[in-house]
Design a protein around this ligand. Structure first.
Ligand code: PAF
Length: 283
């Protein structure tokens, strides 16, 4: 695996390839990331991953400084997965001057859900992804569905700027008990880890209740209250249209939906989601 630390090094090496397939990450890699690399492999003539903990997408009180940096094990995992190129710039290499030119995504998508609770988060994500796209110039890029809103945001960015990049979504990898794999799961204490499965259970309950019919406010409210009673601090548990992440007009089974959740357990904020397929027969 070739490791590029600077943009010129990366660009020089990538002249050998025509169709790089790209998986951007912030490191601390788990099986979910590696599944994205495996998914990317047949999609291009070189598989490129990046590791860059992007300060721009962290709020001042968030975990930028303590975000786990696990260089040796990340390299070993990428190597074993058959990754061809790793782009791992430091801050000076990616942002040699303050990044004052930023991508401001559509507020209709960027200021809701994650964007509401983490203002500026998607400006940081879209800015770094645009810059990484400019460095790697991939033909395909794979993003995990675990960060559902991020995946939608990137699809929108690519469409709006007519970037010649196909965006592919990777399924969420889960532990045996259903907890979605996440770099932040490592923050959980033993007790919290046992409790953490309740988030994916709440999403399953919501999905079943949606199919069973009823009033949306109650369907969302019940699991939210139940989690709060168990000691969680939920930010949102909500059902949205997959099209634009807006609330559905009706629960008639006609359109694809997704249940999304974000909640804090102790000091760890977890997110997860579950797609709900349409169930009404088409006329
Ligand atoms: O999903 C992530 O790990 C990050 O948001 C990304 C896409 C690598 C941008 O920093």
């Amino acid at each position: 695996m070739f490791i590029a630390r600077t943009i010129p090094e990366l660009r020089d090496h990538l002249t050998r390839f025509e169709r790089p397939a790209f998986v951007p990450t912030m490191g601390n890699l788990h099986d979910g990331h590696i599944a994205l690399v495996t998914q990317a492999k047949p999609l291009g003539d070189a598989t490129v991953a990046s590791i860059f903990v992007n300060r721009l997408q962290f709020l001042p009180h968030e975990d930028f400084d303590t975000y786990p940096r696990t260089w040796d094990s990340d390299c070993a995992k990428l190597e074993a997965a058959g990754c061809d190129v790793l782009f791992a710039p430091d801050e000076k290499a990616l942002y040699p001057e303050p990044q004052t030119c930023k991508v401001h995504p559509d507020p209709a998508l960027a200021d809701i859900l994650e964007g509401h609770f983490r203002p500026g988060f998607f400006v940081g994500v879209c800015t770094v992804v645009m810059k990484l796209f400019s460095c790697v110039q991939p033909r395909v890029a794979v993003f995990g569905k675990k960060d559902y809103q991020q995946l939608m945001m990137i699809r929108h960015l690519v469409r709006q700027f007519a970037l010649p990049i196909e965006i592919v979504g990777g399924e969420t990898r889960r532990a045996d008990d259903g907890l979605a794999l996440s770099s932040r799961n490592g923050y959980l204490s033993e007790g919290e880890r046992a409790e953490a499965v309740q988030l994916s259970r709440a999403l399953k309950e919501i999905a079943e209740a949606v199919r069973g019919g009823g009033e949306l406010a109650a369907i969302e409210g019940r699991p939210m209250q139940a989690l709060a009673q168990r000691g969680w601090q939920p930010d949102y548990l909500t059902v949205r249209r997959r099209l634009d992440l807006q609330p559905p007009a009706a629960l008639d089974g006609a359109e694809p939906l997704v249940a999304l959740a974000a909640a804090r357990l102790g000091s760890t904020r977890l997110i997860d989601n579950l797609e709900i397929e349409p169930w009404a027969a088409k006329p």
